[in-house]
Ligand binder design. Structure first.
Ligand code: MRU
Length: 359
C-alpha cells in the first residue's frame, strides 16, 4: 500500500509505527506530494511549522484522516528539531505549532481531533526527553490507529459488495487520503483481495481533480478496473445502469448523520436517489463531530478562485471573473443508505444509531 504520511528517521528509515529504537534519533514528517500526481511520485520531508501548514493548505497532503495524521506527526517533528532541553519550552512549542496547523483547513474535523490528542498528550509532562517521546508515540499511534480503522471499514464495506459490481466514487477517499486503504475505497480493495471483480467509476472532481488525478491513479496502481468520468457525466452513467452503488468519504459528520464531503458529493447523492442507487458514506469515528446537531453547522472551506480560473495552470475563465469556490458540501442524512465505520454500518435513524455505536 501507499504511504502518504510517515515518519522518516535521520538514517532514512521510513516508519509508521512507534518503537523505542526510532526514538533515539532525529526525524521528519514525510509526505507524498499529492499536487504532483499523477505525473510524478515525489516525497517531501518537513520539520518546520510554516512548511507543514503550507503542505496542508496547498493539498500536498489532503483527505480528512491523512490531514489529521500529518498534523500530529508534524508537531512531533517540529518539537524534535528544537535544541531546547526545557520541557516547558517544548510543551509551549507543541501547543503553538498545533494551534497554527489548526488554522490550515476548517472542514475536516480529523485535523482538530488529532491536534487535541497531541495537546492532551503533552500536558503535565515535565521532562524534555519524555515529552519528545510521548509526542512521537502519540502521533504514530494516531497513524497506526487510522490504518487499523481503514482496514475495518474495508471489511464491513466489502460485505455490501458482490462479484461484478460497479461502485461510483467522488473525490479521493482512498489510500492517499488516509494512513492506508482509505475509507470509501477500502471496501473495494478488500473485496478485490477476496477475489471479487469490482469496477469503479471515479468522478473527476473539479476544480482540483482529486478523482482523476488521485483516485484513478491509486486504483490503477493497485490493479483495480477504474474508469474516470467528468463530473457532469455522472447522471448519464447512472441512467445507463452502469452504477450499482455509490461510496464516498467524509470530512465531518454531524450527530444526525449529515455528512460533509468534497463539493459535488451532494449532487451525486441526489442523482443516486433519483436512480435508486444506494449511497454510502465511509468514515472512521474521528470524522464524527457529535457536538454539531446537523450539517448546517459544519464550516465549509472557501478556496481561492484561481483554482477555478486557472484549472491546471491554464486560463480556464476570464482572469477578472468572479468565482465562488466552496471546497465541500453537505449531504443530508435522508439521502444516505448507511455510514460504513470501523465498528459496523450505521443506518437510519442516524441520530439514535450513531449515539448507540459511537456514543
Ligand atoms: O480537499 P480534499 O482533497 O482534502 O477533500 C477530500 C475529501 O473530500 C475526501 O473525500 C474526505 O476527506 C474523505 S478522505 C478519507
Amino acid at each position: 500500500m501507499l504511504d502518504p504520511v510517515s515518519w522518516i528517521t535521520e538514517n532514512g528509515q521510513i516508519v509508521r509505527e512507534y518503537t523505542k529504537e526510532i526514538d533515539t534519533c532525529q526525524g521528519k514528517l514525510r509526505l507524498i506530494d499529492q499536487t504532483l500526481l499523477p505525473e510524478k511520485l515525489v516525497y517531501v520531508e518537513l520539520d518546520e511549522t510554516e512548511a507543514i501548514f503550507d503542505a496542508i493548505k496547498r493539498l500536498v497532503v489532503r483527505g480528512a484522516p491523512a490531514i489529521g495524521c500529518a498534523a500530529a506527526v508534524g508537531v512531533a517533528a517540529v518539537v524534535r528539531k528544537s535544541a531546547s532541553q526545557d520541557a516547558a519550552v517544548l510543551r509551549q512549542l507543541a501547543i503553538t505549532t498545533a494551534d497554527r496547523l489548526a488554522e490550515s483547513r476548517p472542514t475536516a474535523v480529523n485535523l482538530f481531533w488529532a491536534l487535541k490528542k497531541i495537546k492532551d498528550a503533552v500536558s503535565g509532562i515535565d521532562n524534555a526527553a519524555e515529552l519528545r517521546s510521548t509526542l512521537l508515540q502519540t502521533a504514530l499511534n494516531i497513524l497506526d490507529e487510522d490504518i487499523a480503522m481503514c482496514r475495518a471499514i474495508g471489511s464491513f464495506g466489502a460485505e455490501l459488495l458482490k462479484d461484478d459490481m460497479t461502485v461510483l466514487t467522488h473525490c479521493n477517499a482512498g489510500a492517499l487520503a488516509t494512513g492506508d486503504y482509505g475509507t470509501a475505497l477500502s471496501p473495494v480493495y478488500v473485496a478485490s483481495e477476496n477475489g471479487m471483480n469490482i469496477k469503479v467509476y471515479s468522478d473527476e472532481t473539479r476544480p482540483l481533480l482529486q478523482g482523476s488525478r488521485l483516485t484513478a491513479w491509486e486504483l490503477n496502481e493497485a490493479g483495480v478496473d477504474v474508469t474516470t468520468i467528468c463530473d457532469n457525466m455522472t447522471a448519464q452513467v447512472m441512467k445507463e445502469g452502469k452504477v450499482d452503488m455509490v461510496i464516498v468519504g467524509a470530512d465531518r459528520i454531524a450527530a444526525n448523520g449529515d455528512a460533509a464531503n468534497k463539493i459535488g458529493t451532494y449532487g451525486v447523492a441526489i442523482l443516486a436517489e433519483y436512480h435508486n442507487i444506494p449511497f454510502y458514506v465511509a468514515a472512521p469515528y474521528s470524522t464524527f463531530d457529535l457536538s454539531l446537531e446537523s450539517g448546517d453547522e459544519i464550516p465549509i472551506e472557501q478556496r481561492d478562485g484561481d483554482e477555478v480560473r486557472k484549472g491546471c495552470g491554464k486560463l480556464t475563465a476570464p482572469e477578472e471573473v468572479n468565482v465562488y469556490n466552496p471546497a465541500f458540501d453537505v449531504t443530508p442524512n435522508e439521502l444516505i443508505a448507511g455510514i460504513i465505520t470501523e465498528k459496523g454500518i450505521i443506518r437510519a435513524p442516524f441520530e439514535e444509531n450513531i449515539k448507540k455505536i459511537l456514543g
